[in-house]
Design a protein around this ligand. Structure first.
Ligand code: FAD
Length: 398
């Protein structure tokens, strides 16, 4: 198998694609183009062990110490365009890379809010450099305000409590994590945060971060002000696909690359994987962008097989899966709950020391299992996850 492949984005999805291509015996040229200077690293520890000072940069390496993928590395170089019809990737230094196939693995960037805010002490968390800047500000006794009660916000809140900061989470919705987990499980995590001394303010929007050089307070839309020395904006991530404008590659409404179930884009021999892609997802029953670590890995395998014309898995053969670590507890979820699902605890209970449960959605033809969840119950979770059959879930909101 010869030919050439340019993989744009040298992180989990990109490196995994190169690894999968080599695993299939592909011996052509692979060029890995990555905007960051760092060797490829894993992102989940950025909000957990790395931020807590329990892991160093080397612990996050995505490549084994003696692993050689035989690729041409172009690190610290950003793709700025893709010429339609030519499969030529333009780079920010004026050079370009032409290949028989291109894989888009450019992930996402942290969303920022157009708020008045001081220049220093207001952070986002997506990259190793972000994590280092944030870590330098997380001093014991400092007051951290996390804007956004999603997984990254909640994990940073938990890590920061461990570091001895005073922490407030501001969430615009009724409860942190409720859209992803439903009210019962989100309620368990809310109680966990409060039990660890985190102040959680819900139903409040942020209109400004006060302070001239560094933050002094976060101003809410109801007039309240929360004192702050450090602020983290944790309000989601935007697909990193601006560089594809004009390439002919179709983007979905959220800016991600629209793909079929084999991660093929609208342009022949151009594929997309990971956080940048929204594939036709078998389990979720339609186009979906799944911002989970395991999804980046799975789609890399799907795209590599499709690129080489080999039979292989399709996106969503397995239900989406993610984990989150907070205060030494591990939450795991497979599938995707729908609003109004009924949650049945099959082991443990929400007020106890861990649980495993099943989400079911009622349809005109009966109940459908949409997701399974566990807190500190890895074995029952694994069993429940195996039983979660990949089948289209009922009418999901877009
Ligand atoms: C702090 C944090 C904690 C997380 N924790 C968990 C967790 O506990 N569990 C879980 O399931 N998931 C977690 N995730 C999500 C998981 O890390 C992502 O789903 C995964 O990193 C996606 O991989 P990716 O390769 O698609 O994208 P990314 O990891 O975003 O990598 C994309 C790469 O492309 C590069 N790039 C972007 N634009 C260009 C360009 N134009 N040219 C060249 N290169 C470019 C970027 O610099 C980046 O290195 C976490 C994410 C973060 C940020």
């Amino acid at each position: 198998m010869t030919g050439s492949v340019a993989v744009v984005g040298a992180s989990l999805a990109g490196v995994s694609t190169a690894r999968a291509l080599r695993g299939h015996g592909f011996d052509g040229e692979i060029t890995l183009i990555g905007a960051e200077e760092h060797q490829p690293y894993d992102r989940p520890p950025l909000s957990k062990a790395l931020l807590a000072g329990q892991a160093g940069t080397a612990d996050l390496a995505l490549l084994g110490t003696d692993e050689d993928l035989g690729v041409r590395w172009l690190l610290g170089r950003r793709a700025t365009g893709l010429l339609p019809g030519e499969r030529r990737v333009l780079l920010d230094d004026g050079a370009s890379v032409t290949a028989d196939a291109v894989v888009v693995a450019t992930g996402a960037r942290a969303r920022r809010l157009p708020l008045p805010a001081p220049d220093r002490g207001v952070h986002v968390l997506r990259t190793m450099d972000d994590a280092r800047r944030l870590a330098a500000d997380l001093r014991p006794g400092a007051r951290l305000v996390v804007i956004g009660g999603g997984f990254i916000g909640c994990e940073v809140a938990a890590t920061s409590r461990g570091l001895g900061l005073e922490v407030t989470v501001v969430e615009a919705g009724p409860m942190p994590l409720a859209p992803a987990l439903g009210p019962e499980v989100a309620g368990v995590l809310l109680r966990l945060h409060r039990a660890h001394g985190v102040r959680v303010e819900c139903g409040a929007g942020v209109i400004a971060v006060r302070g001239s050089v560094r933050p002094s307070a976060v101003v809410l839309d109801d007039g309240r002000e929360i004192p702050a020395d450090v602020v983290l904006l944790a309000v989601g991530a935007v697909p990193e696909t601006d560089w594809l404008h004009g390439s002919g590659v179709t983007l979905a409404a959220d800016g991600s690359v629209a793909c079929d179930s084999s991660c093929r884009t609208s342009v022949p021999s151009v594929f997309a994987v990971g956080d940048a892609a929204s594939a036709d997802h078998r389990f979720l029953g339609g186009q979906a962008r799944v911002e989970h670590w395991s999804n980046a890995l799975e789609q890399a395998g799907v795209a590599a097989a499709a690129l080489l014309g080999l039979p292989g898995a399709t996106a969503g053969d397995a239900p989406p899966y993610f984990w989150s670590d907070q205060y030494g507890h591990r939450l795991q979820l497979a599938g995707r709950p729908l609003p109004g699902d009924r949650l049945t605890f099959v082991e443990g209970e929400p007020t106890g020391a861990g649980f495993a449960g099943v989400y079911e959605h009622t349809t005109p033809t009966g109940a459908v299992t949409t997701a399974v969840v566990a807190l500190d119950r890895p074995r029952p979770f694994a069993r429940l996850r195996r039983g979660l059959t990949p089948r289209p879930a009922p009418s999901r909101p877009a």
